[in-house]
Design a protein around this ligand. Structure first.
Ligand code: MN
Length: 247
């Protein structure tokens, strides 16, 4: 096993590409899921039942490797995960009303397996990336250590601050000025952002896909910059292959 081999799994949405992690788990020191396990896209024709059994398999994978596997929460997970989270969000989430109780019970049973933020190798991992102006509501983006940033973000879930997660800008149909760490669109991220300049960030959330010549939909390239990588295109990524200078 290599010392520091980190595998990153962007938005799942019922897809099976994450199973590469199962095949490679012995060579990895960490496997980090960026969240959004359920609510498949219509164009992919994945049934809700299949998406749910896929999610259960991810939970089993985490239980089999509790220290190695990290499960982050995305905007599609929070309506099922937290009854305190703003239910209005279901309007924009392909929220599955008919299975919502089943999904909520599964999250509730495994509540402690999930979190909002993770740091590893000096990199900040979240579902949608952390903007300085959003983080300023829970900490100091210019001074906090990476460990403090992760703690402050994770604590949002367990305090009265949970509403901060439902900060959505006009890019995603919301009225707020700063998208949260589960809602910020990739277009809201700026390489000059104070926080991104201090800590490299890796996140998913903004699907990279488009129409091909025959009218079908194909996944497109990730958005990789000098200060962040947005990798929501249904592929597993080795950290070594993302960060500029380490390729
Ligand atoms: Mn997603």
């Amino acid at each position: 096993m290599q010392d520091n081999k980190i595998l990153i799994i962007p938005d799942v949405h019922g897809r099976e590409f994450w199973k590469e992690a199962k095949a490679r788990v012995d060579e990895c020191s960490r496997v980090i899921f960026l969240g959004d396990y359920l609510d498949p896209y219509e164009f992919e024709h994945i049934s809700i039942a299949d998406a749910f059994s896929n999610f259960q398999e991810i939970i089993e994978f985490k239980l089999a490797h509790p220290d190695k596997v990290v499960l982050l929460l995305g905007n599609h997970d929070l309506p099922y995960y937290s009854s305190d989270y703003n239910r209005l969000s279901t309007r924009w989430c392909r929220y599955c009303e008919s299975f919502a109780d089943v999904f909520a019970a599964t999250f509730a049973k495994h509540k402690n397996l999930f979190k909002l933020a993770h740091a590893e190798a000096g990199v900040l991992f979240t579902h949608a990336g952390v903007r300085s102006d959003w983080y300023a509501m829970v900490g100091n983006p210019d001074a906090d250590t990476l460990a403090e940033i992760v703690d402050n973000i994770n604590n949002v879930m367990t305090t009265s601050q949970v509403d901060l997660l439902y900060q959505v800008t006009y890019y995603r149909g919301g009225p707020d000025s700063a998208g949260s760490c589960v809602w910020a669109d990739v277009l809201e991220h700026d390489s000059a952002d104070t926080l991104s300049k201090r800590f490299y960030q890796i996140f998913g959330h903004t699907l990279q896909a488009g129409y091909n010549n025959t009218g079908g939909i194909e996944f497109a390239q990730p958005v990789i910059t000098e200060t962040f990588a947005m990798i929501d295109n249904a592929k597993c990524y080795d950290l070594d292959n993302i960060i500029p200078g380490q390729m």
